[in-house]
Design a protein around this ligand. Structure first.
Ligand code: SF4
Ligand code: FES
Length: 426
């Protein structure tokens, strides 16, 4: 029977089976599974290497290892390193895509230093090999430009992934999922009635409570999306950006309003944080939580930004993860007031927005730049206030509800079928 390894990232970080990951990988039998998504074992990868594959990309192309969630990429690279020795440079920075030899780490500072403010300027000035970029580089360059020049660059929807273009997550069967924002996880009877009405009106088959303390309407037909958005908007709800590289949720526990051991108003603070942070495009999705005491019912210590309330104030920690990787947050600061939580939190997110590689979650980015540097930037008063100011400038442009904008435009209706449907209904 094939041996299944349950050691992905924790193992790669040095925990788990052995203190020397390469020695552990060398000792694995050929039938040890390296890529769980695609059922690729070590022997398959060795055969691919013996056949000439000497990079992660080549092994991926031949075996599918690392081609899905990507969690096993480090392990595949370790098999390459063990087999090829010095001939393989694991984790070397790679070009953004085939359009350029530059890496993300090259491109971000060049956009700033050369004051490149449009995609054609980037392609031309940085010697892109293709005339208009591709589906890999365009979302990244579009993000870097809107992050660096929020008041000068106009976001390009054609350089976004399909879910961001459609402001909803496409599902397995081609229908969409719609998630209205519930500030701090709070809702009202009126909102719940409106959601129930929408679910019935558009025959939405599945209504599910999410892990982020909100409600997901699953199975929405594409042509119904603008009407669903309009009806939810009319009940006072906005997009929850469940599809976006940006703020998803601020999870809260009930705090002083209902809990006898709470130290602070975690629900109130969570709502304030969400109202400050929503709508900010980021290198990747962002999850935030506020717990009213160290019992941590909102699980703040595995979020991108977490706040744990204590008697004397608020402990802010960052760079946690609870997905493909699991990681506890690292302390950022302890502050005395809610206003400081908002300023420190937004400054951290702005630092991440301005510096991280596209598609790096905060925990991956902080591992590269080091928490010492991050703390220096956020704790230093002048740099923190400057970051906070830049965040607010960006929000003045980008903090807007896409549902309200799109539902009001006829062109938001995606295809002729939808147009016919609308006309028939009028
Ligand atoms: S984290 Fe603390 S304050 Fe919040 S609900 Fe749990 S016990 Fe109560
Ligand atoms: S475990 Fe290999 S791609 Fe997901």
């Amino acid at each position: 029977m094939r041996e299944t390894l349950i050691f992905g990232p924790a193992f790669q970080a040095g925990g788990g089976l052995a203190t020397d990951p390469l020695a552990a990988v060398a000792a694995l039998p050929d039938d040890a599974e390296i890529c769980g998504c695609n059922g690729v074992c070590k022997g398959d990868i060795l055969k691919s290497i013996a056949g000439g594959a000497n990079t992660l990309e080549a092994v991926r192309a031949q075996t599918k290892a690392s081609a899905s969630c990507g969690t096993c990429s480090g392990l595949v690279e370790q098999v390459l390193a063990v087999t090829l020795g010095d001939g393989f440079e694991a984790g070397a920075a790679k070009p953004v895509c085939g359009c350029t030899d530059l890496t993300h780490e090259d491109v971000r500072p060049l956009i700033k230093s050369k004051a490149l403010k449009s995609q054609p300027a980037v392609w031309q000035e940085l010697g892109w090999k293709t005339p208009n970029g591709c589906h890999v580089c365009r979302p990244a360059i579009n993000y870097y430009l809107l992050s660096d020049w929020p008041t000068e660059y106009a976001d390009d929807p054609q350089s976004r992934y399909v879910n961001e273009r459609n402001h909803a997550n496409i599902q397995l069967d081609g229908t969409y999922s719609v998630v209205p924002r519930m500030w701090g996880g709070l809702t009202t009877p009126d909102e719940l009635r409106a959601i129930a009405d929408v679910a019935e009106r558009y025959a939405i088959p599945t209504v599910k409570v999410t892990g982020g303390q909100r409600i997901d309407l699953l199975g929405v037909k594409k042509e119904d999306l603008p009407d669903v958005w309009r009806d939810l908007n009319a009940a006072g709800m906005v997009s929850g950006h469940a599809y976006a590289k940006g703020l998803r949720t601020v999870k809260t526990c009930v705090g002083t309003e209902h809990c006898h051991v709470a130290t602070q108003d975690s629900m109130g603070l969570g709502v304030k944080l969400e109202k400050l942070l929503w709508g900010a495009w980021s290198p990747h999705k962002l999850k935030v939580a506020v717990s009213g005491c160290p019992r941590n019912c909102a699980e703040a210590t595995c979020k991108d930004l977490g706040v744990v309330c204590v008697e004397s104030g608020y402990e802010i920690s960052v760079a946690g993860a609870a997905g493909m990787d699991v990681k506890e947050t690292e302390p950022l600061a302890k502050v005395a007031t809610e206003a400081e939580v908002l300023e420190y939190g937004a400054a951290f997110i702005q630092l991440y927005r301005e510096n991280a590689k596209y598609l790096d979650r905060p925990y991956k980015w902080t591992a590269k730049v080091g928490m010492d540097w991050v703390r220096e930037q956020v704790l230093g008063e002048a740099s923190r206030k400057a970051l906070y100011e830049r965040f607010k400038v960006s929000q003045s442009v980008y903090q807007k509800d896409p549902w309200a904008e799109l539902a009001s435009k006829e062109e938001a209706r995606f295809d002729p079928m939808a147009k016919l449907y609308t006309e028939a209904a009028e």
